[in-house]
Design a binder for this molecule. Sequence first.
Ligand SMILES: [Cu+2]
Length: 70
Amino acid sequence: MINDKKEFNVVGMHCPSCVAAVELSLKDVDGINDAKADLETGIVKIIFDSNKVSNTEIAEAVEEAGFKIA
Ligand SMILES: [Cu+2]
């Protein structure tokens, strides 16, 4: 399993259920092994396989949850 790390800012998260929605949507993507979002900073950290997951797929997963990457 390849464990690449990536960090990005997500705008619009305002409560714990927003955080959970972003994390769940990302973890649902095949190749993303973990996702942690921080409510206060908006920073989302993922552990993923960069051979399997593109930046577009990451952005789409965030958008599906109703948010945007800054
Ligand atoms: Cu919320």
